[in-house]
Design a protein around this ligand. Structure first.
Ligand code: HEM
Ligand SMILES: *[C@@H]1O[C@H](CO)[C@@H](O)[C@H](O)[C@H]1NC(C)=O
Ligand SMILES: *[C@@H]1O[C@H](CO)[C@@H](O)[C@H](O)[C@H]1NC(C)=O
Length: 356
C-alpha cells in the first residue's frame, strides 16, 4: 500500500496515536511516577489500578499490594511498615556466597521467614513475629509465593515512609528450598571488619552496605537496650530521610534516639566513612543507591531472569523536597531540611489516599 496520500497517512497516524493513548492510561501514570507530579485524575493520587497496569501477570498483584499497604500499613510509615523493611533484610540476609560455592544449604530472598516456624523464633528475629503473623495468610489467600509477598511488603514498607524511593519489584519466586542457615545475620556489637566481611559474603560492597543501613532512618530498637525501648535511630522516625546519617555521626544524641554501635562505628571508621559520608545531607544519593541495593537484596540467591518485573504496580514516591519548611534565611541550605508536618500530612492524604 504505497499509494497513501500524505494527508491520508497523517490522518491514519493521528487516529492510531489517539487509540493507543486512550487505551493505555499508564503511559500517563508512568510519567507521573517519575516526575512526582499530580496526574490530574479524579483523586490525583497517581496510584496504579488493575486497569492501568500493563502486564497481565502484574494485574493480580494490585490486590496483594492493597492488602499490605491498606490492610496492614494503613498507608502509613508505622510499626508494621518498619518491621517489614527489617523482615526483608532478615529473610534475604542469611544468603552466603561461600555456602553457595560449597553447594551447601543456603539462605535466599525466598520468604522462608513466612514459612518456617522456627526461623522467626531465633533471637535475632525478635520483634518480627507480629509482622510475620500479619503477612503469613496472604500467600494462600492470593495463591502466590511467600517470597513474593514478603519482598513486596519490604518495598511497600519503604514507600509507606515519605521520602522512600520506588524499588524495582519482581514476582515469580518459588517456594523456599530450606530454612535459612543460622548465625549469618549481623550483630550490632561486632567489629566493623566482621560486618563488612559478612556483607561482602552476601555480595554487597561497603558502599552498598552504607546505603542499606540507612534503612535505620525509620527504625526502632526494642531489644538492644530494653531500658530505653522503644527508641528510634533518628529524630524523624516517620520519614525516610538522611537525618539518620548525620545524627548517628554526631557526638551528641538527639532526645529519644538510640545509636547502634555498628552504625556509630561505620560513621567514623577510616574504611567505611567515605562511603558513609556520601549520604550525610544527601537525600538524592541515598534514595538512588538505597533503591539499587535493596533491589539486589530482594534478589539474593535468585535468578532475576526467571522473574517478572512488576514495578508498575507501585505508588509513586513522596518527595520530601516539596514538604520542607520554607527557610527565610539566605545562605546555604541546612544539612537536614525540616519537614513541615502539615505539608507532610497533606501529601500522605493525597498520594496514599486509598489505603488510609
Ligand atoms: C550491620 C548491619 C545491621 C545491623 C548490625 C543491624 C542491627 C539492627 C538492630 C540491633 C535493630 C534493632 C532490633 C530491636 O532491638 O528491635 C535493627 C532494627 C532495624 N533494622 Fe537493622 N541492622 C543492620 C542492617 C540492616 C539492613 C541492611 C536493613 C534493611 C535494609 C535493616 C533494617 C532495619 C529496620 C527497618 C529496623 C527497625 C525495625 C523496627 O523498628 O521494627 N537493618 N537493626
Ligand atoms: C565499635 O563500637 C564500640 C562502641 O562504641 C567499641 O567498643 C568497639 O571497639 C568498636 N569496634 C570496632 C571494631 O570499631
Ligand atoms: C575499620 O574497618 C576496617 C575494615 O573493616 C578494619 O580493618 C579496621 O580495624 C577498622 N578500624 C577500627 C579503628 O576499628
Amino acid at each position: 500500500m504505497r499509494s497513501f496520500s500524505a494527508p491520508l497517512l497523517s490522518l491514519l497516524l493521528i487516529s492510531l496515536l489517539g487509540v493507543s493513548a486512550s487505551a493505555s492510561p499508564q503511559v500517563n501514570r508512568h510519567t507521573v511516577r517519575k516526575g512526582g507530579d499530580d496526574d490530574g485524575g479524579s483523586s490525583g493520587s497517581g496510584i496504579p489500578t488493575v486497569a492501568s497496569v500493563k502486564n497481565p501477570q502484574c494485574k493480580p498483584w494490585v490486590a496483594v499490594r492493597d492488602a499490605i499497604m491498606g490492610g496492614i500499613y494503613h498507608g502509613r510509615c508505622g510499626d508494621p511498615a518498619r518491621a517489614s523493611i527489617r523482615l526483608a533484610f532478615h529473610d534475604a540476609g542469611p544468603f552466603s556466597l561461600a555456602l553457595q560455592a560449597a553447594g551447601r544449604p543456603n539462605g535466599a530472598a525466598d520468604g522462608s521467614m513466612l514459612v518456617d516456624p522456627n526461623e522467626v523464633l531465633r533471637p535475632e528475629n525478635n520483634g518480627l513475629q507480629s509482622i510475620v503473623s500479619l503477612l503469613k495468610p496472604l500467600p494462600a489467600k492470593f495463591n502466590v509465593s511467600p517470597g513474593d509477598v514478603l519482598h513486596l511488603a519490604g518495598v511497600l514498607g519503604v514507600l509507606a515512609c515519605p521520602g522512600g524511593p520506588v524499588i524495582n519489584t519482581y514476582i515469580g519466586r518459588t517456594a523456599p528450598k530450606n530454612i535459612a542457615p543460622d548465625g549469618l545475620l549481623p550483630n550490632p556489637n561486632s567489629p566493623v571488619k566482621v560486618l563488612t566481611d559478612r556483607f561482602a559474603d552476601m555480595g554487597f560492597s561497603i558502599r552498598e552496605l552504607m546505603a542499606l543501613i540507612g534503612a535505620h532512618s525509620t527504625g526502632k530498637q526494642r531489644f538492644v537496650n530494653t531500658l530505653v525501648a522503644p527508641s528510634s535511630f533518628d529524630s524523624t522516625v516517620d520519614i525516610w530521610d538522611v537525618r539518620f546519617y548525620s545524627e548517628t555521626q554526631s557526638s551528641s544524641v538527639a532526645p529519644g534516639t538510640f545509636k547502634l554501635n555498628s552504625d556509630v562505628n561505620f560513621s567514623h571508621n577510616a574504611t567505611t566513612q567515605k562511603d558513609y559520608n556520601r549520604f550525610v545531607g544527601n537525600q538524592d544519593n541515598w534514595a538512588r543507591e538505597y533503591a539499587a541495593a535493596h533491589e539486589k537484596m530482594s534478589l539474593l540467591g535468585l535468578n532475576k531472569n526467571t522473574l517478572t518485573d512488576c514495578t508498575e504496580i507501585l505508588p509513586q514516591s513522596i518527595n520530601l523536597k516539596n514538604l520542607a519548611v520554607s527557610s527565610s534565611k539566605s545562605g546555604k541550605s541546612p544539612t537536614d531540611p525540616v519537614i513541615d508536618p502539615v505539608k507532610l500530612e497533606a501529601a500522605i492524604q493525597q498520594y496514599r489516599s486509598i489505603w488510609l
